[in-house]
Design a protein around this ligand. Structure first.
Ligand code: MLT
Length: 411
């Protein structure tokens, strides 16, 4: 009988979003009359149509596959140059990122999980708390943690709490050397942004301690305030200490289409078991060439169209649409006299539960009374207890209805 990866048995429950789905199905099975009324603001999944520029580009690319002369088989493992070059021109102008440092993939979730393939055992790993659960669960699967304690924390991981007490900004460890640090900004789940000064402090720490920051910028397109950093590579020295993950999922509606990218500077290094310095970029290229065959040609053409003249306008309309939703949700929560965070530079609104209600009780209350699905803060980590997340990814009509129900049931 083959031996299994025992680390999987340490995972404390199902992955958060399927778990929420399971509870919702259980509720609608026993309350079929509520099913039609239900509005889902749990998982951050886009609802609005794919921009026309992207659809047209995908159609044209599919037509190209229809003749032998213009057919495309396997693409380059790192992604087509046309897309990598468009990314550099439009997302990193003047920042010194080379198209060769960009790896196209089918998702930032996959990349943030798969990146652990190229890091060895024994690293000191820090995550913020609450956190996007993928960072934690993939470390558990990779054997980088011990068991889960009663608080829901895995031994071996360093948790950096982010609560209203520190304005959701994780404190930089004063006397501890961390090897890998996960940062996500604008943050999922708290919806809060990081300032240039705060990010500079992290880069300074990472360079001093030979750490690598795994920077998830999947929500960058939702940043409204012009002085906030959109990429870690805007910070001097970040090329020596950071990997950045980006996605087309949330800005351009690609959650189902699938396309993302990861930036690994060529000068970024780690060390071998014997302490020798090794470049990270070739390791990831080797990993991708072996385990991945790229996002499909039509999808990469669709992603390229995000940067076309029409595409840029249509994507901006989409992000504006969701940010208007976020603003309405914030106002409704404030009207209900709830403490509200996030939702200004991010499509997630992070709300403190009313006194004495924990976050899963809040989930039940919203489901049963308001017929609205939210995400309980505790699902993102121990420090998320006492909060819940509302996703602004929905139709305006649904969001307006959610706002009415928030005021009616929580006000
Ligand atoms: C979320 O709701 O946190 C996200 O949709 C999850 C994801 O992007 O994988």
């Amino acid at each position: 009988m083959p031996r299994i990866n025992d680390h999987f048995l340490k995972l404390k429950a199902g992955y958060l979003f399927p778990e929420i789905g399971r509870r919702v199905t259980q509720f609608t099975d026993s309350h079929p009359e509520a099913a039609e009324d239900l509005i889902r603001c749990g998982i951050g999944d886009v609802t609005e149509p794919l921009p026309e520029a992207c659809r047209n580009a995908i159609h044209e690319a599919i037509d190209e596959l229809g003749t032998r002369q213009s057919f495309h088989g396997y693409g380059p493992e790192q992604g087509y140059a046309f897309l990598r070059e468009a990314i550099v021109d439009h997302q990193f102008p003047g920042i010194g990122i080379d198209a060769d440092e960009i790896f196209i993939s089918d998702g930032a979730k996959c990349d943030t999980g798969n990146i652990l393939d190229i890091f060895g055992p024994g690293n000191r790993i820090a995550i913020t708390d609450p956190v996007y659960p993928v960072y934690v669960d993939t470390n558990v699967m990779a054997g980088n943690t011990g068991d889960c304690d009663r608080e829901g924390k895995y031994q071996g991981l360093l948790y950096l709490p982010c609560t209203s007490a520190n304005q959701f900004g994780p404190e930089i460890p004063a006397n501890e050397k961390i090897d890998l640090i996960y940062l996500c900004y604008p943050n999922n789940p708290t919806g809060e942004a990081i300032s240039r000064e705060q990010l500079t402090a992290w880069v300074t720490y990472a360079r001093k301690n030979d750490s690598i920051i795994l920077y998830d910028a999947a929500y960058e397109a939702f940043i409204q305030e012009s002085d906030l950093p959109r990429s870690i590579f805007e910070i001097d020295g970040a090329r020596d200490c950071a990997i950045e993950f980006r996605s087309f999922s949330k800005n351009a509606g690609f959650t189902g289409v699938r396309c993302a990218y990861t930036i690994i500077p060529k000068n970024l290094t780690g060390k071998t078991a014997t302490g020798m310095q090794e470049a990270i970029h070739p390791l990831w290229l080797r990993r991708q060439s072996t385990k991945f065959n790229g996002a499909s040609y039509p999808v990469q053409r669709g992603a390229e169209a995000v940067f076309s003249r029409k595409g840029r306008v249509q994507v901006k309309e989409l992000t504006d649409y969701y940010m208007n939703n976020a603003s309405l949700l914030r106002t409704a929560c404030q009207t209900a006299e709830l403490e509200v965070y996030g939702g200004i530079n991010s499509p997630y609104v992070w709300v403190a539960c009313p006194e004495g209600v924990d976050s899963w009780a809040m989930f039940d209350l919203m489901l049963e009374k308001a017929h609205v699905v939210i995400t309980p803060g505790a699902g993102f980590g121990a420090a998320g207890e006492g909060y819940f997340r509302i996703s602004a990814f929905n139709s305006l009509e649904n969001v307006e209805e959610v706002c009415r129900r928030i005021v009616r049931h929580l006000g």
